[in-house]
Design a binder for this molecule. Structure first.
Ligand SMILES: Cc1cc2nc3c(=O)[nH]c(=O)nc-3n(C[C@H](O)[C@H](O)[C@H](O)COP(=O)(O)OP(=O)(O)OC[C@H]3O[C@@H](n4cnc5c(N)ncnc54)[C@H](O)[C@@H]3O)c2cc1C
Length: 305
């Protein structure tokens, strides 16, 4: 119930306008993002690098409404890429295609993605958004990938179609980030049962690690905080002898930070996604929906000052 309400709120424009004005909501969101400016993300990227943890970075935002807005986002990411290079950080970009103009056309989003990939020092990862965008996202990713090898794609284990999508893109030796999936989807599109999603994730993660070992795909990024699934991935990578520089576990900034450090100390490759920006409301609602107990933390912020 609460999960559905939070996912509904994530798409509600009135709430997106009102809630961020409350101080307690702003205080609560700091747990998941270091600040609203690129400098905040770069600073935390530097700190995590000191702990042996490379990072991903995203400027929060989605669904721009004009081509010129999309261009501003591209310019922002180009300048961020330059700052990353200057700082000498292993920090890769993670972008949403609706932020780069997907609603204005697949070709525009693909062109903007290719521009970023052409200037980035590492992989530019494409997030996967709600199900109506999956086909266009895969098309734009393919177009950009035809020009640059360093473009990765996210696949969501909860979608019934994902196993087939994986088979279809495999011939392109793709870099793939696997996630469970964060949007509200109907049961004919996404598996409603958590146990089924976990099983689909486990199966695909295992397949990805083995395909990587066989040289048939690029970097597999197993993106989860689920300790059992992380344990499975570790075990498989060890069993098949996949070296630590050939795959990774991806996690979000501020979630299970101690586990992130423990894994790295144990030789498991971990990369952490840092988000920043002013358009954090829908993204933050999805984080609360992933673990509704987080709402208690928001309420404690309301009474703490
Ligand atoms: C690097 C990265 C990139 C992602 N990119 C996308 C994307 O492009 N598209 C997309 O749809 N989704 C994306 N996601 C989100 C993903 O789909 C899941 O919603 C999210 O990762 C939670 O699922 P889980 O695998 O951690 O498992 P869960 O079963 O949800 O969580 C396992 C445990 O992790 C902890 N945990 C998980 N989430 C939270 C939280 N928000 N707050 C506190 N504790 C938590 C809890 O202890 C929980 O019991 C991404 C996630 C990561 C880590």
């Amino acid at each position: 119930m609460l999960k559905s309400a939070l996912l509904w709120a994530s798409t509600n424009p009135t709430m997106a306008q009102r809630l961020p004005k409350y101080g307690f909501v702003r205080r609560a969101v700091r747990r998941f993002m270091p600040g609203e400016n690129p400098e905040d993300a770069l600073r935390e990227g530097g700190r995590l690098a000191g702990e042996g943890i490379p990072t991903l970075v995203t400027c929060l935002g989605e669904n721009v409404t004009t081509e010129s807005e999309a261009q501003k986002v591209v310019d922002h990411y180009r300048s961020l890429s330059a700052s990353i290079r200057e700082a000498g950080l292993d920090m890769e970009l993670s972008v949403k295609l609706t932020h780069l103009g997907l609603d204005q056309g697949t070709a525009l989003a693909a062109r903007n993605l290719a521009t970023l990939a052409g200037e980035a020092s590492g992989i530019v990862w494409v997030d996967m958004e709600a199900s109506p965008y999956v086909d266009a996202t895969l098309d734009a990713w393919r177009e950009a990938r035809a020009r640059h090898d360093n473009v990765g794609i996210c696949l969501q284990a909860y979608l019934h179609r994902t196993e087939r999508d994986f088979e279809e893109i495999l011939y392109e030796t793709p870099h793939v980030r696997l996630v469970k999936g964060a949007y509200m989807e109907p049961p004919d599109i996404a598996m409603p049962q958590k146990s089924a999603v976990d099983e689909a994730f486990r199966k695909l993660a295992s397949r990805m690690l083995r395909e990587r070992h066989a040289g048939r795909m690029g970097r597999p990024a197993i993106a989860t905080h689920d300790e059992r699934l992380i344990g499975d991935a570790k075990r498989i990578a060890f069993e098949i002898g996949l070296p630590a520089d050939r795959w990774e576990i991806d996690m979000l900034y501020g979630i299970r930070s101690q586990t992130q450090r423990t894994l790295v100390r144990g030789g498991v490759p971990v990369r952490v996604l840092i988000s920043y920006g002013t358009h954090w409301f829908p993204w933050y609602m999805r984080r609360l929906a992933e673990r509704p107990a987080n709402v208690g933390f928001v309420l404690r912020q309301m009474v703490s000052r």
